[in-house]
Design a protein around this ligand. Structure first.
Ligand SMILES: Cc1cc2nc3c(=O)[nH]c(=O)nc-3n(C[C@H](O)[C@H](O)[C@H](O)COP(=O)(O)OP(=O)(O)OC[C@H]3O[C@@H](n4cnc5c(N)ncnc54)[C@H](O)[C@@H]3O)c2cc1C
Length: 464
């Protein structure tokens, strides 16, 4: 009998897992359930689609025919309502039940409801699916001003896309600075500067009280201070939480996300979780706001989940990147706990290489636990690995070429004679020679480094 792999969710994690399962096991049945209406598409490119830089076929990465060719049973518009672990079954919203041998939960995140009046008005969007993005794109002709409520990757994407098509953008942030749960002060300031330089009107310390409407359409936002700003488009899905309800109801161990081990197995041996819905595994401790909503991580975990569902031993994904995006051409990556403030045990090294390039490395007890990169993404891959491995500080500094400059070298105060450590020939080192200088042995031609510890001098075969 062939194995039936069932996957809930067809985003980066679910899609990648389905493809990997099919490739590895030609006899298996692979079924993917998604409440969405489109096959796999590039969710992180929805902003480009809105701005008109990408067409629908360019965003939809895989057609339904490709699933058919791969014999992956894709059920669009099909929400799973319940997981029944004891029966090895999922119950669909339609009431139908489907048996599984191994199940993958890849349900991503859901917007945290704002809990204010007006979110059901036309012109209010979560901007988190292709359906939302298509509707928003169609409605843009009637939009001159937009409001983005809160911070997050979706809001950043949207701000850039809307400005790109000539719409005025106001963004209301909850505190004094941008996204303090994820960014350190410097990075918040950099993001704010870029947004404001490009024309976003940032409103700080603003809690929305209501979305105001007329004739069923959004026309503006009212804040708790009684301020109002006009907007025909309001984005309100910036704060997200892992979509864990079904897993919790099924009795799986759940915290902020679904608890998984390093192989992405949940507390039920036949159920796995991957992507944004999975809580970072112990050791990937991302801190208080311990979630990572990241395409790259979801994609990597989809592959690992498939291997684990097949019973293979696979190396952990070592993905510590929590946020990776591009804002007006600037890379922004938050890795692990890159935002942590300094304390007795936490030290942060900040590098401002030029006004538009900033890196922050965070060490806890001298192990790298986080990093933030803003400007260029060249070091993100390397930093991701090192955070995932909690690399010691000297290794990090060495690999990134950040080792502090060698202290000014002393000059030898007296002349002394030493034997070559290779051939034992006698060599004379004259006073005034710089410590670290290289001498060549006249007998064996070995290059020797002059060492001086402040009191004693000697010759070494190491490179300076
Ligand atoms: C506009 C936008 C811009 C973004 N930009 C970036 C970026 O620049 N960089 C970055 O790293 N990330 C970005 N992201 C986030 C990134 O897209 C996610 O981290 C990634 O998609 C997570 O993949 P996933 O597979 O875990 O979940 P998702 O892609 O969210 O997929 C989960 C799927 O499960 C489905 N589902 C949920 N519950 C059920 C159910 N009960 N039954 C059936 N189906 C269900 C959902 O409808 C959804 O289709 C962006 C997201 C958006 C919306």
């Amino acid at each position: 009998m062939s194995t039936h792999f069932v996957i809930i969710g067809n985003g980066a994690a679910g899609y990648r897992a389905a493809k990997a399962l099919r490739r590895a096991d030609g006899d298996a049945m692979v079924s993917v359930f998604t409440e969405e209406l489109h096959p796999f598409y590039l969710r992180r490119q929805l902003g480009e689609f809105l701005a008109g830089n990408l067409t629908l076929p360019e965003v939809i990465f895989q057609s339904r025919n490709t699933y058919r060719r791969d014999r992956i049973d894709l059920l669009l518009g099909t929400a799973v309502a319940r997981i029944e672990p004891a029966a090895h079954a999922v119950a669909l919203a339609s009431g139908q039940r489907v048996q599984y041998d191994r199940l993958l939960i890849a349900t991503g995140t859901r917007a945290v409801p704002l809990g204010i009046p007006g979110t059901d008005l036309e012109g209010v969007t979560l901007f988190d699916t292709l359906t939302c993005a298509s509707e928003t794109r169609k409605a843009l002709k009637d939009v001159r001003r937009a409001a983005i409520l809160g911070e997050g990757v979706i809001g950043l994407t949207l701000a850039e896309s809307l400005l790109g098509v000539g719409i005025r953008v106001t963004q209301a942030i909850r505190g004094e600075r941008f996204w303090p749960e994820i960014l350190d002060e410097q990075t918040s300031a950099l993001v704010e500067t870029i947004l404001e330089d490009h024309g976003v009107a940032l409103r700080r310390n603003q809690q929305p009280r209501a979305i105001i409407g007329a004739a069923g359409r959004a026309i503006g936002v009212e804040t708790a201070d009684g301020e109002t700003f006009p907007a025909e488009l309001v984005a309100c899905g910036c704060r997200r939480r892992p979509a864990v309800e079904m897993a919790r109801d099924a009795g799986l161990d759940v915290g902020r996300g679904i608890h998984v081990d390093a192989s992405l197995q949940t507390s039920d041996p036949d159920i796995f979780a991957a992507g944004d819905v999975a809580e970072p595994v112990p050791g990937d401790d991302f801190g208080e706001e311990g979630a990572a909503f990241c395409w790259q991580r979801a994609w990597a975990q989809g592959g690992l989940a498939a291997a684990s569902m097949l019973g293979h031993q696979a190396a952990p994904t070592l993905e510590a990147v929590r946020i990776r995006t591009i804002l007006f051409g600037h890379d922004l990556a938050v890795i692990g706990r890159g935002h942590l403030p300094e304390s007795d045990t936490v030290k942060a090294l900040e590098f401002r290489e030029d006004p538009a390039l900033y890196r922050r490395l965070v060490f806890e007890n001298d192990a790298l636990v986080g990093a933030i990169v803003f400007g260029t993404g060249e070091t993100v891959h390397e930093l991701n690995r090192m955070v995932a491995q909690k690399a010691p500080r000297d290794t990090v500094e060495g690999r990134l070429g950040l080792a502090p400059a060698a202290p000014a070298v002393d000059r030898l105060p007296s002349t002394f004679a030493r034997h070559c450590p290779i051939c034992a020939a006698e060599l004379v080192v004259h006073h005034g020679t710089r410590a670290g200088a290289v001498l060549r042995c006249h007998a064996c031609n070995t290059d020797l480094v002059v060492r001086w510890d402040g009191e004693h001098g000697w010759l070494d075969v190491d490179q300076p």
